[in-house]
Structures are given as structure tokens and as C-alpha cells.
Design a protein around this ligand. Structure first.
Ligand code: FPP
Length: 235
């Protein structure tokens, strides 16, 4: 049996449908979604989770309306500002993955600020993916490695799995044990492509704004009954 998952990654899907079904603007769903993030962060350590990675904004999400994009960016900034105190008190270390340069400089400053402020916390490692895409991340990593090779600092024969892992945004994170996607969709959508090579997947029909700590606890328990083989045959 696998024991509990230490690193859980979540594709938080269904905010828009949740709001639309109630006749509300999509942003109301995102706002409720942000409250769920807070609750899940709070309960995660009690479920044995030490690493929690959430997909907040993909490299494809720029295609949404300006109103929705700006609304989401505002939510991220407010989350950092409002939760800074509690995260510090609760031992949460907050970090970000994704390409930052396209983000508003003020948001980039806030991200750097909270990373610095919480850097010594160890109870829970919360990583938020913003302007993140697995293919984009791998492409940027390959570019960095190619530049090192071109500069004569790296032998191409020395480029191995570890070298690539170390060039990814997630270089300081373990691979996820469990990847959850909410809202019934069964796609990976460019999330942690390299890192989830051996992860277990769980597709929950629950829309993210309805995703309670109880739902997470059930999934974590189910994970504990799975066998993970990493390509090997169990003895
Ligand atoms: C997917 O649902 C959700 C997103 C693109 C945004 C996720 C953001 C949050 C949960 C809010 C804030 C997060 C943090 C970290 C503060 P969707 O809009 O694609 O839903 P739909 O498929 O029903 O349209």
C-alpha cells in the first residue's frame, strides 16, 4: 500500500460552471474557488500532506476575456496580501511556478515578497502555478541547458533526467504523488507533464468551489489503498 500522499497537486477546475449554473458571473466562481484554496491549505497538513501544488492560471488562460484575466490576477494579489499573516503563523511556505515576466510587475513584487517572507516555514509547502504550462516550462529548461552547452559549461552527454529536473521551475519540489482534477474533466491540460510521470491520478466530479476538506480526505484515504509500482513488478 502506498501510505498517504506527501505531495498532492490539484487542477482546480469548474469555477466557471459552478457560477454559471447559479446565474452568477464567472468571477464569483473564482472568488469561491480562492476560499476553497484557503480551506484546503488549512486542512492539508492534518491529512499528512507536506507539499500542495495548485494550478491557478495556465499559459492558455490568457485567451479568456480581459475582464476574467484581470479578475483572476486581482484575486491572486489579494490572496497573497490577505493570507500572508495566517500563512506565516501556520508555517506555510508559499512559492510560485510559471513564467513570471508576463505578469503585472506589482503582482511579481508581491509574489517575491511572500516567497521571501515565508521561506523558513516548513509545515506545508504551497506552490501556486501562475502563467504555467508544462510544455513552456520544459522548453525554458531546455533553452537554459542549451545555453550552458553553447557556453562550454556543460557536456551534452551529461544532460540526463536529473539535469533536466534541476532546470525546471519545480527544481526544489519532489514529484507529485497524486494529481487531482476536479469537475469531471479527464485531461492533464499541460500540468506538471515531466513531474507526474509516475503520479497517481484522481478525477473528481466535484466542481472546485464545492471541493471541501472532506472530499480531499476521502481521496487521500483512497490513495492509501493503491499500489504504486514505478514501472517495477511488486515482490
Ligand atoms: C478553472 O475553472 C479555474 C481557473 C482557471 C482558475 C483557478 C483559480 C482559482 C481557484 C482562484 C484563486 C486561486 C488562488 C491560488 C488564490 P474554469 O474557470 O475553467 O471553470 P469552467 O471549466 O467551469 O469554466
Amino acid at each position: 500500500m502506498a501510505g498517504g500522499p506527501e505531495h498532492v497537486a490539484i487542477i482546480m477546475d469548474g469555477n466557471g460552471r459552478w457560477a454559471t449554473a447559479k446565474g452568477w458571473p464567472r468571477l464569483v466562481g473564482h472568488r469561491k474557488g480562492a476560499e476553497r484554496v484557503k480551506e484546503i491549505v488549512r486542512c492539508a497538513p492534518d491529512l499528512g500532506i507536506r507539499w500542495l501544488t495548485v494550478y491557478a492560471f495556465s499559459t492558455e488562460n490568457w485567451k479568456r476575456s480581459t475582464r476574467e484575466v484581470l479578475g483572476l490576477m486581482g484575486l491572486f494579489a489579494r490572496y497573497i496580501q490577505r493570507e500572508a499573516e495566517e500563512m506565516s503563523a501556520e508555517g506555510v511556505r508559499m512559492r510560485f511556478i510559471g513564467e513570471r515576466r508576463r505578469l503585472d510587475p506589482k503582482l511579481q513584487d508581491l509574489m517575491a515578497w511572500i516567497e521571501e517572507r515565508t521561506r523558513n516555514n516548513t509545515r506545508l509547502n504551497l506552490t501556486v502555478a501562475i502563467n504555467y504550462g508544462g510544455r513552456d516550462e520544459i522548453t525554458r529548461a531546455v533553452q537554459a541547458i542549451a545555453a550552458q552547452v553553447q557556453a562550454g559549461q556543460l557536456d551534452p552527454a551529461a544532460v540526463d533526467h536529473a539535469c533536466l529536473s534541476a532546470a525546471l521551475d519545480t527544481r526544489d519540489l519532489p514529484d507529485p504523488d497524486l494529481v487531482i482534477r476536479t469537475s469531471g474533466e479527464t485531461r492533464v491540460s499541460n500540468f506538471l507533464l515531466w513531474q507526474s510521470a509516475y503520479s497517481e491520478y484522481e478525477f473528481s466530479p466535484v466542481l472546485w468551489p464545492d471541493f471541501t476538506p472532506e472530499v480531499l480526505a476521502e481521496i487521500v484515504t483512497r490513495y492509501g489503498h493503491r499500489e504504486r509500482r514505478f514501472g517495477a513488478v511488486l515482490s
